[in-house]
Design a protein. Structure first.
Length: 204
C-alpha cells in the first residue's frame, strides 16, 4: 500500500457534528484531529460501526480523501479518485469469490452467476462495507445494487491495502444486485427472481 501523508495513526473518536471546524472539509477535519463528526441518525451510526469494524480501511479512505482535498481543494469537479473514494465509502461491497463467479459477474451473466454456478457461493465471502448501502438494506428491495470491489483476502488489512489510487480512479467496481446472492433473500430461491431485466441487466 502506498504511504499517504496524514494517515490517522491511532483509533478515532466520535464527536458531535458541532465540534467540527466551520469551513473545514469533513474528511480533512477527521485526518487532522482523528475525530469523526457524527449526527444522531442511522446513516452516521452505520458509518461509525464501519470505523470500528474496518479501522484500517476507513483510515486509508480518509487519508486518500484528505490528500486529494489538500491537492485540489473542494471547489470545481471532484475528480475520478475522489468520486471513487466516495462510492467505496458509501456503497461498496467487498467480494472474495471463486474465479467462476468473478468471471460471470464481470460479464453480468446472471444466470450463470446465480443459478448454474449457485453452489460456488458456498466458497464465496461478501461483506457489505458502504454505510449508505447498509442503510438502504434496512428496507430491502430487489433493485438495491452494490459497487463490488474484488479482493483476494477479506481482512481489514487486505482491503485497506487493495485501495490503490490508480485502481480506484479507474472505477474498478462491478455492479451486483445484492439480494440476488444465495441465502441473502428468501425470494431468490426461485429462478424467476432473476428474470427481472430491470434489475439483472445485461451489459450495454
Amino acid at each position: 500500500m502506498n504511504a499517504v501523508q496524514g494517515t490517522i495513526a491511532g483509533p478515532v473518536r466520535f464527536v458531535e457534528m458541532s465540534a467540527s471546524t466551520a469551513g473545514e472539509p469533513y474528511e480533512a477535519f477527521i485526518a487532522r484531529t482523528a475525530c469523526v463528526p457524527t449526527r444522531d441518525n442511522l446513516h452516521d451510526l452505520l458509518n461509525g460501526l464501519m470505523w470500528l469494524s474496518y479501522p484500517q480501511t476507513k483510515r486509508r479512505l480518509n487519508a486518500l480523501q484528505a490528500q486529494q482535498i489538500a491537492l485540489h481543494g473542494t471547489t470545481g469537479a471532484r475528480g475520478s479518485l475522489r468520486d471513487a473514494l466516495t462510492v467505496f465509502d458509501e456503497n461498496a461491497a467487498v467480494l472474495q469469490a471463486p474465479a467462476v463467479l468473478v468471471d460471470a459477474l464481470r460479464v453480468r451473466d446472471w444466470k450463470k452467476l446465480f443459478l448454474e454456478d449457485r453452489e460456488h457461493w458456498e466458497s464465496a465471502h461478501l461483506v457489505v462495507f458502504g454505510h449508505a448501502l447498509l442503510e438502504k438494506l434496512m428496507q430491502p428491495r430487489k433493485a438495491i445494487t452494490a459497487h463490488v470491489w474484488l479482493v483476494a483476502e477479506l481482512t481489514d488489512a487486505a482491503i485497506a491495502a487493495s485501495l490503490d489510487p490508480e485502481r480506484l480512479a479507474a472505477k474498478d467496481f462491478l455492479p451486483l444486485p445484492v439480494l440476488g446472492v444465495p441465502g441473502w433473500w428468501a425470494g431468490n430461491e426461485g429462478p424467476g427472481f432473476y428474470e427481472d431485466a430491470d434489475v439483472f441487466r445485461r451489459p450495454r
